[in-house]
Design a protein around this ligand. Sequence first.
Ligand code: AMP
Length: 284
Amino acid sequence: MILFKTVELLQQHLKKANELNQSIGFVPTMGALHQGHLSLIAFSKKQCDITVCSIFVNPTQFNDSKDFEKYPVTIENDILLLERSNCDIVFLPSVQEIYPSGSDTGTDYPIGEIENVLEGAFRPGHFQGVCKVVHRLLDIVRPRELFMGQKDYQQCMVIARLLDLTKLKQSIKLNICPTLRAPSGLAMSSRNMRLNNEEQDQAKAIFQSLQYLREQVNKEPVQLLIDKVEQQLTEARFAPIDYVAIVNANTLSVIREWDEKIPLVALIAAYLNGVRLIDNMPLN
Ligand code: AMP
């Protein structure tokens, strides 16, 4: 595995790969790697000649500076895990490399309404920051395939929109990979590291709630079901609960009544002892 810290050296290396017509798979991450991230590396390795993983905790996507400061950093372990996964290249840029003219690039991506709902409503500016960093990273790496996790459902939709807007869709294929879970059902997340064993056990309530929502589709009124699940999460000591939502899987617009023709996804965001967790599940 080769580690690059600068755009220039990484691009020099990738130029050779491109000349040999080798396909490049790209997995952008913020580090604190776990099996979920490594599953994306495995998908990329299966489909591409060269796999590039970036580790960059992107300041522009944190609306809360305390959340940014507390974001776990485990770089030595990350490098070890990537090496063991036979990742070919790890890109570890500084903030200066990613935003040479400052992080306020002045670009505003017209993503539309999906920017403002759910995560966007609770984390203003978050998806603009995500677009900024992913656009820049894609410009640097120029992959053929991009691998992202369904764990961040809304983010995948935003990136699909970004690829559309920037015309990168013509040269980059977005692969949305399934959410890896602990045996309890808890979605793997870098933030889980901030929970102790007891809290990690409590946190499985999110997965259980999503399963319950899936079982109850069409069986009781939508709002009543959501109220019940909020109650379940409160009893499992989640507070505050940012949202429990059942939305159209293609538009993210909230549904108020069951309609079998609409593809549905349920999404939850809630805090457990100061740690914000998100998860989602397709319902039909
Ligand atoms: P992050 O480091 O949290 O920005 O995540 C980097 C990538 O890994 C994103 O595309 C995430 O959606 C994906 N990811 C995070 N957790 C999981 C998981 N449990 N299963 C699959 N992919 C994941």
